[in-house]
Design a protein around this ligand. Structure first.
Ligand code: E4P
Length: 217
């Protein structure tokens, strides 16, 4: 399973990248706004910086919701850097646009996916990635990881090439369960990635080893 970081924060991207386990980045308008990025030039420069930091797919989301607008924006985003993947919402014009991008060699990430039916449409249109939103499904007391499992099964059965990118990850257990479910990619906040490191027995064991090591010096 590939690890993407789900942020537009450069310090966090650097920290995850320095671990040596980072395969890509996802952003969305909320995450970009959180960094105070405003205006076409600043947005473009920010994506460029991220692409130069991480050697892997970087999802940049279109803001338009109509076919022509999505295509115009997507072409500009894709021209920023070879790492850019155009992120398109799961709407009717979005599906049409994904098909257009697929036919024109531009990689896409179909976002805001909450059902297996939506994931089938995204795959039919040729999306490179499909993003089911695990945490937001859990927020409504459904099981987000079950959807990942269902999409993985359907894609395997049907031979779809679209990669299942588990998004809206909220904790380390989500990452573990998505790995079990066969997700191709998990996009996570830095806190969830670092949470994977934690175990009290590791801390206790290390403290003991360090203490015993002193008697060997
Ligand atoms: C990433 O592709 C998604 O936009 C993101 O994971 C959504 O996460 P959230 O539900 O925590 O906002």
């Amino acid at each position: 399973m590939k690890f993407f970081i789900d942020t537009a924060n450069l310090a966090q991207i650097k920290e995850a990248n320095d671990l040596g386990i980072l395969d890509g980045v996802t952003t969305n308008p909320t995450l970009m706004a959180k960094e105070g990025i405003k205006g076409y030039e600043a947005i473009t420069n920010h994506y460029k910086t991220i692409c130069e930091m991480v050697d892997g797919p970087v999802s940049a989301e279109v803001l338009g919701i109509e076919f022509e607008g999505i295509i115009e924006e997507g072409k500009k985003l894709a021209a920023i850097h070879k790492n850019i993947v155009v992120k398109v919402p799961m709407i009717k014009d979005g599906i049409k646009a994904i098909k257009w991008f697929t036919d024109n060699g531009i990689r896409t990430n179909c976002t805001l996916v909450f059902s297996a039916g939506q994931a089938i449409l995204a795959a039919k249109a040729g999306a490179t990635f499909v993003s089911p939103f695990i945490g937001r499904i859990d927020d409504g007391s459904w099981d987000g990881v079950q959807l990942v499992e269902q999409i993985v099964n359907i894609y395997n059965t049907q031979g779809f090439m679209t990669e299942v990118l588990a998004a809206s990850i909220r904790n380390p257990l989500h990452i573990v369960r998505c790995a079990e479910a066969g997700a191709d990619v998990c996009t996570c906040p830095l806190s969830s990635i670092l949470g994977l490191l934690k175990h009290p027995l590791t801390d206790l064991g290390l403290a003991q080893f360090l203490n015993d090591a002193k008697s060997m010096q």
